[in-house]
Design a protein around this ligand. Structure first.
Ligand code: A2R
Ligand code: GDD
Length: 326
């Protein structure tokens, strides 16, 4: 990964907005250590981002003036917009908040850039594979031109963000590259998401901290999982080689059933575990299969995923065990 981001002798200035979340610190590390870019992150006041060589500022994207003031001060060449309400499950409970952050917040970022004179940074808008949503069974492999049918409030906001990105690129000539990220996983992800949730429960059971029963949701759904370190490598490559106004899928290109993931996690934990379906974990609408066609990403950047799911699961389990033993 080392040399992929060097552009002649120019040091790029990058800003990660929403860097206090799961992907943020992995991306910051990729940009600082892998790309040697001058990297700054924004976070919310309660968050802590400690990546060596990377300065952090507090920023709420709902504060439009604050967004513009920071951009004027830093004038980054590349902006990675990660800030979001990123949980599908939460979006069902609070669609208004999800719209506010994911749509109004993203517009604040785009409009702040637009308001600054003689300023044309590259902007990576991070959307989601969830945008594709409910598809006829024969179109379970989704390319970027597949029509979107968002199946939950989160996906609606990300589809709208994508449309705004493409509109602003066309209308104002902005250098916006839109990404549809499929499920990304890795150590330190919050247990809101399936792999981290199952690994945490399995780690608690292995350590004797709870009864040997795992509570799970829908096991038949199939999703396209990629290690977060591979994902941020793709983001760095797209920042350089992605075409403005275009959308890129970022995923592994394979779909794995949640049942298969559960089986692997239980096997790797080495514990005897029973499984119970928790009705509270089932969703009002569940998209059966989501799998990314990643040929456009591969053609334009040469990216390919490197970390197998078994390794991601092993490391996620390990990190949970270490944290629970503290
Ligand atoms: O919701 P929190 O408290 O975890 O904070 C999230 C933060 N965030 C905001 N940042 C600035 N202004 C806001 N008004 C605001 N509301 C929320 O954005 C969190 O720290 C960050 C998003 O990170 P995660 O939720 O951990 O998502 P992850 O997995 O890092 O995904 C990055 C992007 C997101 O756009 C996802 O929707 C997409 O990739 O999959
Ligand atoms: N969270 C969770 N917990 N999900 C479960 C569970 C459980 O106990 N049991 C089964 N699942 C199923 C969900 O119903 C869903 O089909 C799948 O596991 C993945 O769920 P999540 O990990 O919560 O992720 P997501 O697919 O809803 O959304 C994630 O991926 C999107 C990209 O495809 C998030 O990271 C989004 O921000 C991201 O855009």
């Amino acid at each position: 990964a080392g040399g992929i981001c060097r552009k002649a002798a120019i040091v790029m200035k990058a800003l990660i907005i929403g860097g206090g979340g799961f992907v943020g610190s992995y991306l910051a590390r990729q940009l600082v250590q892998g790309c040697h870019w001058d990297t700054t992150v924004t976070k919310l006041p309660q968050e802590d981002v400690s990546v060596e060589g990377c300065e952090a500022y507090n920023l709420d994207i709902l504060d439009r003036d604050a967004v513009e003031a920071l951009l004027v001060r830093l004038r980054p060449d590349v902006i990675f917009h990660l800030a979001a309400q990123s949980s599908v499950a939460f979006s069902w409970k609070n669609p208004q908040k999800t719209v506010e952050i994911n749509l109004c917040g993203s517009l604040n970022v785009l409009d702040a850039v637009r308001a600054i004179e003689d300023y044309a940074p590259r902007i990576l808008l991070i959307g989601s594979g969830e945008e594709y949503g409910m598809l006829p069974p024969e179109t379970e492999l989704v390319g970027e031109d597949t029509p979107v049918h968002p199946g939950n409030p989160y996906a609606v906001t990300k589809a709208a963000q994508n449309w705004f990105g493409s509109l602003y690129a066309r209308a104002y000539g902005m250098e916006i590259v839109m990404i549809r990220a499929f499920n990304h996983v890795g150590p330190n992800q919050t247990p809101q998401f399936v792999v981290s949730d199952f690994c945490k429960q399995a780690a608690e059971i292995s350590l004797g901290l709870r009864e040997p029963v795992m509570h799970v949701g829908n096991l038949s759904a199939k999703r396209d999982f990629t290690d977060v370190r591979d994902v941020v490598r793709a983001y760095a490559l797209l920042a350089q080689h992605g075409r403005a106004g275009e959308t890129y899928n970022v995923g592994s290109g394979t779909a794995v059933a949640i049942q298969e993931i559960l089986t692997q996690i239980i096997a790797q934990s080495g514990a005897e575990i029973q499984v119970e379906i928790d009705p509270a974990k089932l969703r009002p609408v569940e998209i059966p299969v989501i799998r990314a066609d990643i040929s456009k990403l591969q053609q334009d950047t040469g990216w390919t995923p490197e970390i197998p799911l078994e390794q991601t699961i092993a490391e996620t389990l390990d990190v949970w065990k270490q944290q629970l033993q503290k």
